[in-house]
Design a protein around this ligand. Structure first.
Ligand code: 4NP
Length: 155
């Protein structure tokens, strides 16, 4: 199963979501079955590492995301991935614009897909403070735990 985490800049929420899920999958039986990546709907930060506040927050939770580099969501991603999991409804709308009709069904809100709540969003922490980043971590890590539980059920 291939999962792509998507936000706006690919420097805050989606790299944190990618890091949290990688860490939760860890050395489990799922490690060989799941591939995780992330991308942004916008291209402003392409090639950059995650925001230093995101790196610091993940690090406080024992996860190193400093090696990730931002990239922009591509049309081809809809062929390469099984699920395109978006942080908020704006990301979902922007991603839908480049999806073909056949691939629209691969789009979902991350927290909805992880069964944490219908139409629940991961709020953009870019103009926020450390607490906002911490809140993002709690949400994406809850999503990661829920994803692992769901996939283990069907393993
Ligand atoms: P992200 O946060 O979508 O969680 O990576 C943002 C990063 C950059 C910008 C906005 C949101 N920006 O406007 O540059």
């Amino acid at each position: 199963m291939r999962l792509l985490m998507v936000c706006l800049g690919n420097i805050c929420r989606s790299p944190m979501a990618e890091g949290a899920l990688r860490a939760r999958i860890g050395g489990s039986v799922l490690a060989e079955r799941i591939q995780v990546d992330s991308a942004g709907t916008g291209g402003w930060h392409v090639g950059e590492p995650p925001d230093r506040r995101a790196v610091a927050c993940a690090s406080r939770h024992g996860v190193d995301i400093s090696g990730l580099r931002a990239r922009q969501l591509q049309k081809e991603d809809f062929d390469r991935f099984d699920w395109i999991l978006c942080a908020d409804v704006n990301n979902l709308r922007d991603a839908r614009r480049i999806a073909s009709k056949e691939n629209e069904g691969k789009l979902a809100l991350l927290l909805d897909w992880a069964r944490l709540g219908r139409e629940l969003e991961v709020p953009d922490p870019y103009y926020g403070d450390l607490e906002d980043f911490e809140q993002v971590w709690q949400l994406v890590d809850s999503a990661a735990q829920s994803t692992v539980a769901r996939l283990l059920e069907t393993h």
